[in-house]
Write a protein that binds this ligand. Structure first.
Ligand SMILES: Cc1ncc(COP(=O)(O)O)c(C=O)c1O
Length: 398
């Protein structure tokens, strides 16, 4: 092991002992990550749904450089008038339904979920929170309380109380939403379960039940926003609009940024009896991240990336389906999972993928599937190359 890798082990808190992933990153560009030896890896994870317009998109770099020349941090969130934040909030409002017209910018997906939960409790003055089995909403104490998997949360108990977990896509369970429920939190497409989309009837029934009980509906689009599924936001695949929308990951154009978005009338309650502490965040909406986010939106819209998502997903499907190592390819747009016929080989296959220059991984709650979540900018030629490498990795002996 070289010196940097051993210092990585020695000085940085580790998240996993799985070794093949320890690529020593030299640079990243487009769909590629390069290591110290110059080997390229096609990023079929987009840094977990972050690099939707590829690594270091030139327009994002320009926007970042321009903002670097003006100012970095000047004040905690929401105190000074900073144009990158305002322009981004205005742009998001113009792209979202009229009831999602006010953004609160934060630093991470987990923080967006925390903010949304606090907003829902304060607005409704209720305590119960409902989430769904096999959802992942983040690692902070509130978000963690929404996890169904006891093994992930038992070491951290007691967690936020009054949380109920229901089965996803099960309409009959929705009668448990009542006038005690502050909010229901759900992903539109469950990522950690191996890309499982909500069914349309379920979404309609969920919205109806929330309306009947005065419960706020929160969508976690932390992985699915900014074009990933073939719509700018995944909820646009359904006839349903949430009361609060949480976005993160790709929204920062590879810079840290997240938001919870609601109507001005709901958001108003954070500015109540204790101004500032409805939710406070020092770096939320960092101007450089907001500038990067605006440039990312411009690239997605100007280059019509969303319009090409289905076609690109279709090429992946055509090239890979029918392969004996693949049982099923599912997902929406370029948010896909490949289910393996021999899931017990998945660790070896991920390792083979790294050897063949492909970055992919299994999912948090599903160790039978590999992720295919490439930058939306991937070209047909690059998709062909990705599939060639992937097939080699699937066919590699032992
Ligand atoms: C669906 C979903 N929600 C929330 C989060 C938490 O986001 P973050 O890691 O930025 O806190 C994640 C992270 O993977 C996620 O996939």
């Amino acid at each position: 092991m070289n010196a940097l890798k051993s210092d990585f082990k020695k000085y940085m808190a580790q998240t996993s002992d799985f070794l093949p992933f320890q690529i020593e990153v030299e640079k990243a560009e487009g769909i590629y990550v390069y290591d110290k030896l110059g080997k390229d890896y096609i990023d079929l994870m987009s840094g977990i749904s972050v690099s939707n317009i590829g690594h270091r998109h030139p327009k994002v770099l320009t926007a970042v450089r321009e903002q670097l020349e003006k100012y970095l941090h000047v004040m905690v969130y929401g105190e000074f008038v900073e144009s990158p934040q305002i322009m981004l909030a205005k742009k998001l409002a113009s792209l979202l339904p009229s009831t999602l017209n006010m953004s609160y910018f934060v630093n991470s997906g987990s923080e967006a979920i925390e903010g949304a939960l606090k907003l829902a409790r304060k607005f409704t003055q209720r305590t119960e929170i409902i989430a769904f089995k096999d959802a992942y909403h983040g690692s902070t104490m509130g978000a963690l309380a929404l996890l169904s998997n006891e093994e992930f949360k038992q070491a951290f108990r007691p967690l936020m109380p009054d949380v109920k977990i229901l089965a996803f896509n099960n309409i009959s369970n929705l009668d448990q939403i009542s006038d005690r429920t502050a909010c229901v939190v759900t992903e539109v497409i469950q990522a950690g379960r191996g890309i499982v989309p909500a069914e349309n009837d379920f979404m309609m029934a969920l919205r109806k039940k929330c309306n009947e009980t005065g419960t706020l509906l929160i969508f976690d689009e932390i992985q699915t926003c900014y074009g990933r599924t073939g719509k700018l936001f995944a909820f646009e695949h359904y006839q349903v609009v949430p009361d609060i929308l949480c976005i993160a990951k790709s929204m920062g154009g590879e810079m840290p940024l997240a938001a919870f978005i609601a109507s001005d009338s709901i958001m108003q309650c954070l500015n109540g009896d204790h101004p500032l502490l409805g939710h406070a965040t020092t770096f939320g909406g960092h101007p450089v991240s907001c500038a990067a986010s605006l440039a990312t939106l411009d690239v997605i819209l100007d280059e019509k990336l969303i319009e090409k998502v289905e076609e690109k997903a279709g090429i992946f499907r055509k090239k890979l389906s029918g392969h004996p190592a693949i049982k099923e390819i599912r997902g929406k747009g370029l948010f896909m999972a490949i289910e393996l016929t021999e899931p017990e080989k998945i660790e070896k296959i991920v390792e083979n993928c790294i050897n063949h220059g492909i970055i992919t991984f299994w999912f948090l709650f599903n160790h039978q599937c590999l992720s295919i979540i490439p930058p939306l900018t991937i070209t047909e030629k690059e998709i062909n190359l990705s599939c060639e490498r992937l097939i080699k990795a699937l066919e590699m002996k032992n």
